[in-house]
Write a protein that binds this ligand. Sequence first.
Ligand SMILES: [Zn+2]
Ligand SMILES: [Zn+2]
Ligand SMILES: [Zn+2]
Length: 161
Amino acid sequence: MLKTPIASRPHDHSHCVHSALSEADALCARQGLRLTALRRRVLELVWQSHKPLGAYDILAVLSEQDGRRAAPPTVYRALDFLLENGLVHRISSLNAFIGCNHPEHAHQGQFLICRVCHAAIELEQKSISDAIIACARDVGFVVEGQTVEVVGLCSGCQGAR
Ligand SMILES: [Zn+2]
Ligand SMILES: [Zn+2]
Ligand SMILES: [Zn+2]
């Protein structure tokens, strides 16, 4: 059965943003982490769509919309905080960040990235990460982290062709 992920169908995205932010509030409260106003705002910006967002885009919005002259290192530090605590993932191929759907538990993300609309669909398939770990072990390699990025066309963009 074809499951169309929320990222590639029309939906009320304000729900996604709202629930991501309230999950982040809850997670930080539970773990005694400080979700400062800037960290929370950066997370909100990363969540402005299901497309990965670059640090410079974040900086641009901060100065345009918020009139906040945030220095790049401040924004990078906020992004590091969000990454370390699993609230966002880094998509290396796009040099950009995407909000995590399941920040409440540690996981390795796999991403299906649409080359047309740039939406990134997060999968959380343990069998994939286990297979990578097993194959690495066969060649004596210890995996410390893995983010799998797969390029293709999302269901919405296939239809548009
Ligand atoms: Zn959404
Ligand atoms: Zn995730
Ligand atoms: Zn697409």
